[in-house]
Design a protein around this ligand. Structure first.
Ligand SMILES: NC(=O)c1ccc[n+]([C@@H]2O[C@H](COP(=O)([O-])OP(=O)(O)OC[C@H]3O[C@@H](n4cnc5c(N)ncnc54)[C@H](OP(=O)(O)O)[C@@H]3O)[C@@H](O)[C@H]2O)c1
Length: 231
């Protein structure tokens, strides 16, 4: 249990499921705003014999500082799961600056700045993995999801560039694009029926698979969708 992973958005949904999937195999730093939820998850992981530390923080403000504090906890970083995200809807004729800014800050600005600050720690360990959690919305049109889709498409465009920039450092960059998944992210009335959604644990298992590939393989993009379709 030597490798160290930073997971953002670990207080619920997919991020909490990733923490459970990696627990006991990785040392974990768990980031989100809701401290009570992070603390409860850390207690659960400790009870099961794993290593995890809660790092309560708001990714809207100082993502670089969060990366620095995370790297100091276990003296390094081997993996980042940029999972924290917001979903909100608006027709394109009703867009507001507030809607755009809040989605952009968490879904794009935060992972880009956090990763920038974390790269030197991965270089110091001669390798690492970055998993950016996108969405099928990055390349599928859903009415009302223009701003959200734009943040995820931009996240994927940046991920492609990052992958090329970091190859010589043996830092792998992967994108995971979930389809509809049963978490609390859905606005009331917007979510598909539960039997037409993936489970957070399904997405987490894919992320663990990506992180635990041998050094000779990189999974560049993985799409996971509910077999029956969401609609
Ligand atoms: N569920 C789906 O159908 C689906 C489909 C495609 C992609 N995704 C993507 O999957 C990722 C995880 O979403 P989820 O479905 O698991 O939803 P979720 O349960 O709402 O999780 C979102 C996480 O992001 C964290 N977060 C939000 N704003 C934050 C901030 N300012 N600072 C720090 N943490 C913040 C939340 O923690 P706090 O509130 O405690 O801060 C929470 O842990 C997102 O990137 C989402 O776009 C989800």
């Amino acid at each position: 249990m030597n490798r160290i992973a930073l997971i953002t958005g670990a207080s619920s949904g997919i991020g909490a499921a990733v923490a459970r999937a990696l627990a006991g195999r990785w040392r974990l730093v768990l980031v989100a705003r809701r401290k009570d939820r992070l603390d409860a998850l850390v207690d659960e992981i400790h009870r099961d014999g794993g290593d995890a530390v809660a790092l309560p923080a708001d990714l809207a403000t100082d993502p670089q500082g969060i990366a620095e504090r995370a790297a100091a906890i276990w003296q390094g970083l081997d993996a980042i799961v940029n999972n924290a995200g917001l979903f909100a809807t608006s027709g394109s004729d009703a867009l507001t600056a507030e809607h755009l800014d809040q989605l952009w800050r968490i879904n794009l600005r935060a992972p880009m700045l956090l990763t920038a600050a974390a790269i030197p720690y991965m270089r110091a360990r001669h390798g690492g993995s970055i998993v950016n959690v996108s969405s099928v919305a990055a390349d599928t049109a859903f009415s009302g999801c223009g701003a959200y889709a734009a943040t995820k498409a931009a996240l994927e465009a940046w991920s492609r560039v990052l992958r090329e920039e970091l190859r010589r450092d043996r830092i792998r960059v992967s994108v995971v694009a979930p389809g509809a998944t049963d978490t609390g992210i859905w606005p009331a009335g917007f979510n598909p029926p539960i039997d037409r959604m993936c489970r957070a644990a399904d997405i987490a298992a894919a992320i663990r698979f990506i992180l635990e590939q041998p050094a000779s393989a990189s999974i560049d993009r993985m799409v996971i969708t509910p077999p029956g379709g969401a609609l």
